[in-house]
Design a protein around this ligand. Structure first.
Ligand code: ISC
Length: 411
């Protein structure tokens, strides 16, 4: 349908929809795909309807919406799938797409939304008061605590119980005066053109902003399935380019384990025909990573549910958990010492705007907004060769990606 009322400017329109979602306690997701200019938004008319508990189904007949999954599914951090009741694309700002399958109670929300948009002042200064998670602020590790965690992981690897584990930590930073969540989204959009940039806000999960470089599972408009093995990190300094970067044995091993895990998932599904390109060096903001890209043309393989099956097998990948997978997850549960919540979970649009297209990313380089502070998250892949101080420095570099929208130093 046509945008109700005056369609002043897509930024103001996004602000109006976000203001409505926040005032009404409704879930909302705003995202910008890698290498695209336009942003898209999905608004749901019910917080309860977003609770699904199951890994989303990615096939074309499955519901359309935005997946927002935690690292570890729990009552504190429920798996969510925001139904696409309303879809807005800044490429097409005179239109608002409303789902045809609305429940009776959703109709009332729809009328309220239309009335709100029809009468809201077209102002770029409407304040936005985002949803805040009901969960407590997580423990934030000191440098000494993080070093102890890295040493414990290295010892466990040396004893032969693990090959790799990805430890992580959270950090807190006060929001700058006048912080605006939509301006921050725009800043991530501008700074990180090749990332998946997102703002997800629901009453139960709180508000998350991020710019992730890691694709988990994609099915594109040509029916091609893609995933990637991303690991190994070094700063992108002025004297370096992706072509000239050199990698240590530690980083090569770390990334190879992730690639091998993806291949083992294909094997489990008895899929032999896949393209594998890499590893190559890829830039992500101010960092470089090693990356292997995998692709499968779904129209040429007898495996129509490959994307859903791979999503179930891959999450959490060894780029955020470790190898062997269960042993690494058990180690993190026992020793990491804080709740990752939606950091290193996954997120992205499914069958939206069109059926058959899904783009799901790992929630990295992200932060969670509280009333007056941000919680930032970052992790590092550990092998037998990891050094505690280097790993701490690497988390600082990673925290700075999303932290760039806060100004000042993150501790
Ligand atoms: C766990 C994170 O990054 C992963 C992805 C790329 C490189 C990584 C690394 O070098 O450790 C991590 O596996 C994070 O950004 O918090």
């Amino acid at each position: 349908m046509a945008w109700p009322g005056e369609a002043p400017d897509f930024r103001i329109q996004l602000r109006q929809i976000l203001a409505f979602a926040f005032q009404q306690g409704l879930p909302v997701a705003l995202w910008r795909l890698p290498n695209m200019q336009q942003a898209q938004l999905c608004l749901s008319f019910s917080d309860e309807a977003a609770f699904v508990g199951l890994t989303p189904v990615l096939e074309p007949k499955a519901p359309a919406g935005f997946a927002f999954f935690p690292f570890r599914d729990s009552d504190h951090n429920p798996a969510q799938f925001l139904p696409a009741n309303v879809f807005f694309d800044t490429a097409n700002p005179t239109e608002l797409q409303i789902s045809t399958a609305l429940e009776e109670e959703d109709e009332a929300h729809m009328q309220e939304l239309l009335a709100f948009l029809g009468t809201a002042p077209p102002s770029s200064s409407t304040p936005l008061t985002w949803h805040v998670s009901p969960q407590p602020v997580p423990h934030t590790a000191t440098r000494a605590e993080y070093a102890a965690l890295v040493r414990k992981a290295v010892a466990t690897i040396e004893q032969g119980h693990l090959r790799k584990v990805v430890s992580s930590r959270a950090a807190r930073q006060l929001l700058p005066v006048g912080f605006d969540v939509l301006v921050a989204f725009g800043e991530l959009h501008r700074r990180y053109p090749t990332a998946f940039v997102s703002l997800v806000s629901t009453p139960s999960a709180g508000t998350w902003l991020g710019a992730t470089p890691e694709k988990l599972v994609e099915v594109d408009e040509d029916g091609v399935f893609r995933t990637m093995a991303l690991a190994g990190t070094q700063p992108l300094t002025p004297d370096l380019t992706p072509q000239t970067a050199m990698w240590t044995g530690k980083e090569i091993e770390e990334q190879a384990l992730v690639a091998r895990y993806i291949v083992s998932c294909f094997k489990q599904l008895r899929l032999r025909d896949y393209d594998e390109i890499g590893p190559r060096t890829a830039a992500a903001g101010q960092l470089l990573h090693l990356r292997t890209d995998f692709a499968v043309p779904l129209r040429q393989v007898p495996h129509p549910t490959l994307a859903t099956d791979m999503l179930r097998l891959l999450h959490p990948t060894s780029a955020v958990g470790g190898m062997p997978r269960q042993a690494a997850l058990d180690f993190l549960q026992a020793y990491e010492g804080y709740d990752r919540a939606y950091y290193s979970g996954f997120l992205g649009p499914v069958n939206m705007p069109n059926p058959g297209i899904a783009r799901v990313f790992v929630n990295l380089r992200c932060l969670q907004l509280r009333e007056d502070e941000a919680i930032l998250y970052a992790g590092t892949g550990l092998t037998a060769f990891s050094d505690p101080l280097r790993e701490w420095t690497e988390t600082e570099l990673k925290l700075a990606t999303a932290g760039a929208v806060l100004g000042g130093k993150v501790d």
